[in-house]
Design a protein around this ligand. Structure first.
Ligand SMILES: *Cc1c(COP(=O)(O)O)cnc(C)c1O
Length: 239
């Protein structure tokens, strides 16, 4: 019997090993891909275990839930907001998060920019792209991503780093490969025209079901929840 702490350490090791193997298949290395642990509904203890195992970036979906965790673990980790952000929650978000990955509207860009100015800080952001065109998901459709990008770039207190996307849930992960590939193309195309190409470096795509495909298609950051914290984890060692 292993303890919960050991299980999580093992899960982190498995995910890292799988990232490294997938990166190699696409001619890259493990260090090109950041592992973000998605900690919605995950306890403080379990987050500590993941941090001990080397996870440095944490993703949360809700402000209220993130607050308690941030109070305890705070600046020793990097905090990314992943969930849809309502404009009345923008202030605590700007106070806590290092990056907002779920920037999905002009209104939110305006609001984040204004709050960041009040905090006298620059906020790192990703534009969320709805690559599956799903009505229930947030994000701008790929056709509007470059227009929205121009708008975000005009905001003085926002620093645009790249794109974030969530693929549809599917039985066969190969079905999402073309969606990831298209977003990578858009990401590369955008680099040609962004104001600060040196900051255009984050392609956040891939979750437990599809992170290896995402890495093969060029992801630089994968967001894993279930694969790290579910018991038992659905992931195994690379054969
Ligand atoms: C929950 C969540 C994840 C992680 O999903 P898993 O399937 O548990 O790995 C990643 N990204 C976002 C935006 C999420 O909400």
């Amino acid at each position: 019997m292993s303890t919960r702490n050991e299980q999580i350490r093992e899960n982190v090791a498995i995910v890292k090993e799988r990232i490294a193997t997938a990166a190699k298949r696409s001619g890259r290395t493990a260090s090109d891909v950041t592992l973000l642990a998605v900690t919605k509904r995950v306890s403080l203890e379990d987050i500590r275990s993941a941090a001990e195992a080397g996870v440095k970036v944490i993703g949360e979906n809700k402000i209220q839930e993130a607050k308690t965790k941030f109070l305890h673990l705070g600046p020793s980790l990097s905090w990314h907001m992943l969930g849809h952000l309502q404009t009345n929650k923008v202030r605590p978000a700007v106070a806590m998060f290092n990056m907002v990955e779920s920037l999905d509207s002009v209104r939110l860009a305006d609001s984040l920019d204004r709050e960041a100015a009040l905090f006298e800080r620059t906020l790192d952001v990703l534009i969320e792209v709805n690559i599956g065109g799903e009505a229930q998901k947030f994000g701008v459709v790929p056709e509007n991503a470059l227009t929205f990008l121009r708008y975000v770039e005009s905001k003085e207190n926002l620093r645009l780093n790249g794109f974030m996307a969530m693929a549809p849930y599917v039985d066969d992960v190969e079905l999402v490969r073309p969606l990831f590939r298209k977003l990578k193309q858009l990401f590369d195309e955008a680099r040609q025209s962004v104001k600060n190409p040196e900051h255009w470096s984050v392609l956040s795509m891939g979750m437990t079901q599809d992170f290896e495909v995402a890495v093969e298609e060029g992801a630089t950051l994968v967001r894993i929840g279930t694969g790290l914290f579910a018991t038992p984890s659905p992931l195994r060692r690379v054969e």
